[in-house]
Design a protein around this ligand. Structure first.
Ligand SMILES: NC(=O)c1ccc[n+]([C@@H]2O[C@H](COP(=O)([O-])OP(=O)(O)OC[C@H]3O[C@@H](n4cnc5c(N)ncnc54)[C@H](OP(=O)(O)O)[C@@H]3O)[C@@H](O)[C@H]2O)c1
Length: 268
């Protein structure tokens, strides 16, 4: 079966690598990202290198109207979407009380509301195919509660719970739901600099978006429910469960403190 993928946050980082991987697998693609972030150039790159159909939409998914527009656009074009990839997401490290609420509002709107609205709007489209997939991008952070990532971690926990619940609910519609929980990814220069400030174990576990994308698409198509890419991340995850709570919390706090300092230094 020829698949048609809808990928949010496709302009850079993991989303761009997922787009290249989908094209490599012969899928047609609808790319979605913010305006002026390189989607026409990405379409050109895909057109020149793969024999697939590519379209793009430049919209801000923190806006409800844009999410509605995307859903109506897919329906009006009759694109037979069979692979929905909810990748767009914003993160960061912030002191809760000192940060303008607009930052958290944007995080909640994009990571939770847009993802939920798009998934809801696409269910009937996905259900028309003999086999469809939803790949939702959460994060490994959901297993490491700590300071400065309170809202981001909570939005990613929402995605995890939502995906696991939906996966059971949609089984009889032939829609496979998978949730991806990556550790650090050097998805762009800023992320590479920030990831470089993590503790040593996390530093050596950082992955590149191309490898995460290839592994995620493969495992999703094989019907895996939860994907944690990278051997070292998996080891770190198991190892962290064995640590006494106090030491574990200290480790996370120390790590997150380095991250927030590094993020603040980069934004100066
Ligand atoms: N990097 C990591 O270490 C890491 C770890 C775990 C999970 N993740 C998750 O992986 C996903 C991709 O992360 P990444 O590191 O590849 O991030 P990224 O490089 O910042 O890419 C995020 C993508 O989402 C798009 N986007 C942002 N705000 C948007 C909006 N309002 N409307 C539409 N598109 C929007 C961005 O477009 P612009 O180019 O315009 O910003 C970009 O294409 C996210 O959900 C993130 O939470 C990342």
């Amino acid at each position: 079966m020829k698949h048609f993928a809808l990928i949010t946050g496709a302009s850079e980082g993991l989303g761009k690598s997922l787009a290249l991987e989908c094209a490599n697998k012969g899928m047609d693609i609808l790319l979605v990202s913010l305006p002026s972030t390189g989607l026409p150039e990405l379409k050109l790159l895909l057109d020149q290198n793969f024999e697939v159909f590519v379209d793009y939409l430049e919209i801000d998914l923190t806006d409800d109207e844009s999410c509605h527009y995307l859903i109506e656009y897919v329906k009006s074009k009759e694109y037979p979407i069979s692979f929905l990839i909810n990748n767009a997401g914003v993160g960061g490290n912030y002191q809760f009380g000192n940060q303008d609420f607009a930052v958290f509002n944007r995080m909640i709107q994009l990571n939770i509301k847009a993802l939920t609205m798009i998934t809801h709007g696409m269910i009937n489209v996905l259900a028309k195919n003999s086999q469809s997939f939803i790949l939702n991008v959460s994060s490994m952070i959901i297993h490491f509660e700590g300071p400065y990532k309170q809202v981001y971690g909570a939005t990613k926990s929402f995605i995890f719970y939502f995906s696991k619940s939906l996966s059971i609910e949609l089984k009889d519609k032939n829609i496979q739901v998978t949730v991806l929980c990556p550790g650090g990814i050097n998805s762009n220069i800023k992320m590479a600099r920030i990831n470089n400030q993590c503790n040593l174990l996390q530093q050596i576990s950082v992955l590149y978006p191309e490898e995460v994308a290839a592994y995620s698409i493969e495992k999703t198509m094989k019907g895996k429910n939860v994907i944690i890419p990278g051997k070292i991340v998996n080891l770190y995850f198991i190892f962290s469960k064995l640590l006494p709570n106090q030491f574990r919390n200290w480790l996370i706090k120390t790590n997150n403190t380095k991250l927030i300092k590094s993020q603040q230094a980069l934004s100066q």
